[in-house]
Ligand binder design. Structure first.
Ligand SMILES: Nc1ncnc2c1ncn2[C@@H]1O[C@H](COP(=O)(O)OP(=O)(O)O)[C@@H](O)[C@H]1O
Ligand SMILES: [Mg+2]
Length: 368
């Protein structure tokens, strides 16, 4: 059994998941939970994101996250009636506070002191998954496609897997894996809309898409936003909240003539359009997507899902749940799986996805 810990770009929760890896069989989810971040931690992250903070604050947040990840792991084990001893190893992604895979000075930073998790659980912890790939010239992201391939690829149809977190990423899984999988970040998923909801409503997200659903997309504004160079950039590519933040997308959306609801609808359209555009343009080698499997918090937004379904045309839209997985836990499960790869001495990255020079062992081991 392996336990995975993840906290994404949305700063909403720490996700913890336990998977079983039967010898020769496919990974199976035992269960997990999403432990909401405390207001204090969320505020520390917001500060790290927008302001120059002191090294002291950074180090303290690293420790606070180590403790929060440990607590989430223990709560998850308790919920499943498991003792830490039953876990072979923990894979902790950490919290990304910076990700810039620029070719000249690529860097990425995840915090959440793994030593604390190893100490509290007395189990080995694997962490720092991204930097080995980046050191080998890769984007360090996305890392989930190899896991998506293990659990969702089909022998009868080409499939894509879409994770709707703060940022959206796609994994393209050719039928029978006759060509290499591809995977990349398409741009924003919920992140921009979350920011706008916070500005307009003071809520962490546009709950059930109510604000966006009440507005109309402003076509002119949408075209302007879609002109962002990231969307035209070919894969491999990855991005983060550094790039897709509201002030950077539009210096002052409040000055726009559209209503708050219209801007929300336009942000949602930006998410949908950029995903569908990427799905159609990055598909190469005869890849012909028949089914898109969605996961991540965005699947809980019915307006987003409906618009995505419409924009996908004949491509069938399903959810991870339709395939026996919990939408909110797949990313955490992916890091449990990556921990197992590391323990087994197997590479975790797909060089075709990240652009690294080759397959690499990912993550450092904290023995516990
Ligand atoms: N009921 C809902 N209505 C609208 N959006 C939702 C709902 N539930 C979750 N979300 C969105 O999902 C996001 C969290 O998704 P998640 O997959 O955890 O992202 P990340 O991996 O970036 O943390 C929230 O920030 C929010 O935008
Ligand atoms: Mg999350």
């Amino acid at each position: 059994l392996f336990l995975g810990l993840m906290s994404g770009t949305s700063f909403d929760a720490i996700d913890a998941a336990v998977i079983a890896l039967p010898e020769g069989g496919s990974p199976r989810l035992l269960g997990g939970l999403e432990q909401p971040l405390s207001d204090e931690l969320r505020q520390s992250l917001e500060q790290l994101r927008v302001a120059n903070v002191s090294l002291d604050q950074l180090a303290e947040t690293d420790t606070a996250f180590g403790l929060a990840f440990s607590a989430a792991a223990l709560a998850c084990l308790q919920q499943l009636g498991l003792s830490p001893d039953s876990i072979d190893a923990v894979g902790s992604h950490g919290q990304t506070i910076w990700h810039r895979p620029s070719p000249t000075h690529a860097n990425t930073l995840q915090i959440g002191n793994p030593n604390i998790i190893a100490e509290q659980l007395r189990r080995p912890v694997i962490a720092d998954f991204r930097r080995a790939d980046m050191a080998a010239g890769g984007q360090g992201a996305p890392l989930a496609p190899a896991f998506h391939q293990a659990i969702f690829s089909s022998t009868v149809e080409d499939r894509a897997v879409l994770n709707l977190g703060g940022i959206a990423n796609l994994s393209l899984l050719p039928q029978g894996m006759h060509t290499e999988a591809l995977g990349f970040d398409t741009g924003p998923a919920n992140g921009l809309l979350d920011e706008w909801a916070m500005h307009c409503l003071g809520t962490a997200c546009d709950l059930d898409g109510q604000l966006a659903g009440a507005g109309l997309c402003d076509g002119e504004l949408l075209q302007r936003w879609l002109a962002h160079p990231y969307f035209q950039q070919p894969a491999p590519k990855s991005t983060g909240r550094e790039e897709f933040t509201l002030p950077r997308l539009d210096p002052d959306p409040r000055q726009l003539s559209s209503s708050q609801a219209d801007i929300a609808a336009t942000l949602m359209a930006l998410t949908v359009e950029s995903i569908v555009f990427a799905l159609l343009t990055e598909a190469k080698g005869g890849f012909d997507c028949q089914q898109l499997i969605a996961m991540g918090g965005g699947v809980r937004n019915p307006v987003l899902m409906q618009q995505l379904d419409e924009a996908l045309g004949r491509i069938r839209l399903s959810r991870a749940e339709d395939h026996g997985w919990d939408s909110g836990l797949i990313e955490a499960a992916a890091f449990a799986w990556l921990a197992a790869r590391r323990i087994d001495g197997l590479p975790g990255n797909l060089a075709s996805v990240t652009g690294a020079q080759g397959p690499r062992l990912l993550g450092a081991i904290y023995p516990g």
